[in-house]
Design a protein around this ligand. Structure first.
Ligand code: AMP
Length: 600
């Protein structure tokens, strides 16, 4: 098919090349036929997995239609599947969840009973993921021209794999992907050239990996057209790395000899091929980095950067001001929405501002159902009261839903835990704003504060810091029950752009009260009427503390790519670390506002 014939059928825009035309056509085809594709996907999954131990118990008797599936198969969470996953991990390779052998486990950033969740996967899932990745640049090329004329500086990381007792690999999904043939032997694509060779990405030593990727990015500074990482936190970690290591990096570039601490032979070889002495570049880097002012550093060092490729939706939204500060306000592209369980979809307007980002779930990736979510009257899901789940084609604009997935790898009607809001449709496929991960973050009494509420409270409080040119770069919280009554502690790491004019004690005390005023009415009732919660406390920690928290999490097995600063901490060593870095503590000076709601 020629480009022109496809262009006419695409409402996405004119493709940049023949390959893009095919990708855009695929998106059009999938989104136009959303419901039939979903029916086909479910049929395929049930035909192949209907005889697994898991599904057999629900007596589908060979049925592959939606009605039978919905009436017989329960909606489940990880804890329901844990006994099956445990057996697979321990070496039972009979068809328990999937008729295709489980090839490895993907370790999700979510946990269950303090342990990382293990998500089963099968080899062909890699092709599905690869297919979704292959759609990203064709969409980006619709909005940003000439990306084939330069390179992408991406900070990507792999982690060491572990093995389950039964011998299956367990590793983060991106470690699995970067180690796949699909990634390592990807054909040359002028629109998708990275500054870094594969070797630094595949090096599991995070210092050597980051160092080598940074050297390559600096050497090719003029060619870099986009700078990215998976999540915003990863990119900020790279900036922090540059702040700490620029002298050595500049020295390497000046001498043309790589830092002897880079001992991994394949990393050394791959970078040595690129590294040539360049005194002028070394002096430039030193000149930019040695000053106090790091505002706009990304744009200064990589002047041709057109956008930052990082996810800043969901929990990552709080990094937006810091990214804007370091990038001089470059556009931030959130390109895809994915998880260890399943890759879901992509953003068809990747250059839209973060607050307007919607993801279009691709109906070929799995079978998707939507559990209506009403924050005021949450649905209780149990085997006796099966919930009414809505199909992809039937969701309603403006409503919120919890995502429930059925995958080729053997998850059936599994609650991912993400709350999404329908913003519209592309053809027949719904588009979703990521609202939040469903959770309860803090609770002292009958109060339940979730991540979104805490984020709003922090946002409201930080408004008071603006006149001091101060922002909260990172925060987390802790339900301190050592005091009586217990109280919320919120740790703040501050970025003061004008150290001569810091926010006073009084201002930070008021921030505590603003946060309390932002909490839900149950919290305020506990505070005011029940006295079951004490005044909220802000503990300001010194600069760089959250970097140390991340290092600690990584040393305990978290993946750099997937790392998200925890919004609530209860692991004692992390709380102790935070407390040891505290520079000041502030308490709410008054009770928040609360009046009993009238019941009708
Ligand atoms: P993991 O299983 O560790 O890969 O984490 C997957 C989770 O990360 C998803 O279920 C979401 O909660 C979150 N996530 C992934 N992509 C996005 C995105 N584009 N925007 C917001 N949150 C995301």
């Amino acid at each position: 098919m020629g480009v022109d014939s496809i262009v006419s059928s695409s409402s996405l825009g004119p493709p940049a090349c023949e390959k893009d035309a095919v990708a855009l056509h695929f998106i059009q085809e999938m989104t136009t036929n959303c419901d039939p594709v979903q029916e086909k996907v479910l049929g395929e999954i049930l035909r192949r997995n209907g005889e697994t131990e898991y599904l057999r118990q629900f007596k589908l008797d060979g049925a592959t239609d939606r009605e039978t599936f919905k009436s017989k198969v329960p909606v489940v969470s990880y804890d329901d599947l844990h006994p099956y996953i445990h057996r697979i991990a321990n070496g039972d390779f009979s068809p328990i969840l999937s008729s295709h052998p489980i090839s490895e486990f993907l370790t999700s950033s979510g946990t269950s009973a303090g342990e990382r969740k293990l998500m089963p996967t099968i080899p062909e899932e890699m092709d599905r993921r690869q297919k979704l990745y292959s759609l990203l640049m064709p969409v980006m090329n619709l909005y940003v021209p000439d990306l084939e004329k330069g390179k992408g500086l991406y900070f990507l990381f792999t982690k060491a794999s572990t093995k389950t007792p039964g011998g299956l690999l367990a590793r983060p999904v991106l470690t699995s992907y970067y180690n796949s043939q699909q990634f390592k032997n990807r054909p040359h694509d002028p629109y998708n050239v990275y500054t870094s060779p594969n070797e630094p990405i595949l090096c599991i030593d995070s210092f050597q990996s980051m160092y080598a990727q940074m050297v390559c990015g600096l050497l090719m500074r003029d060619e870099v057209l986009r700078v990215g990482a998976v999540f915003a936190s990863g990119l900020l970690r790279a900036i922090r790395f540059l702040q700490i290591h620029w002298r050595q990096l500049a020295e390497d570039i000046s001498s043309g000899i790589l830092n002897p601490n880079i001992t991994d032979v394949s990393v050394r070889d791959s970078v040595t091929k690129i590294l040539r002495p360049n005194l002028e570049l070394a002096q430039f880097i030193a000149g930019e980095c040695e000053g106090e002012n790091w505002e706009g550093i990304i744009k200064r060092i990589w002047p041709n950067t057109k956008y930052l490729d990082v996810i800043v939706t969901g929990a990552m939204a709080q990094y937006i001001p810091t990214l804007d500060y370091y990038s001089g306000g470059l556009p931030k592209a959130c390109t895809m929405y994915a998880s260890s369980e399943c890759y879901f979809g992509l953003n068809l307007k990747p250059m839209s501002p973060p607050s307007e980002v919607s993801y279009t779930i691709m109906p070929n990736m799995g079978y998707f159902e939507f559990l209506p979510h009403d924050p005021v009257n949450p649905v209780t899901v149990s085997r006796d009261t099966p919930p009414q789940l809505v199909d992809m084609a039937d969701v309603e604009v403006g409503k919120e839903y919890e995502l429930v997935i059925t995958t080729y790898s053997g998850l059936c009607r599994y609650r991912v835990g993400d709350i999404l809001q329908v913003t519209g449709f592309h053809n027949a496929a719904p588009q979703f704003k990521f609202i939040r991960r469903k959770n309860v973050l803090l609770s002292i009494d009958s109060d339940k504060t979730d991540e979104a509420e805490l984020q709003t409270a922090v946002n409201n409080a930080t408004a008071l810091l603006r006149e001091y040119d101060t922002s909260v770069v990172e925060y987390t919280s802790f339900a301190d029950t050592k005091t009586i009554p217990g109280h919320y502690v919120v740790y703040w790491e501050l970025l003061m752009k004008d150290p001569a004019n810091p926010p006073s004690d009084d201002v930070l005390n008021k921030c505590c009260l603003v946060m309390e005023e932002s909490m839900n009415s149950v919290y305020r009732q506990c505070r005011v009427a029940d006295n079951s919660i004490g005044p909220l406390e802000i503990r300001v920690v010194k600069s760089g503390t959250f970097e140390e928290v991340m290092d600690l999490a990584i040393s305990r097995g978290a993946s750099i790519n997937q790392y998200k600063a925890p919004r609530c901490v209860n692991y004692t060593p992390i709380v102790e670390l935070l407390d040891s870095r505290m520079v000041s503590a502030h308490f709410s000076p008054a009770a928040p506002h609360w009046t009993p709601a009238r019941r009708g």
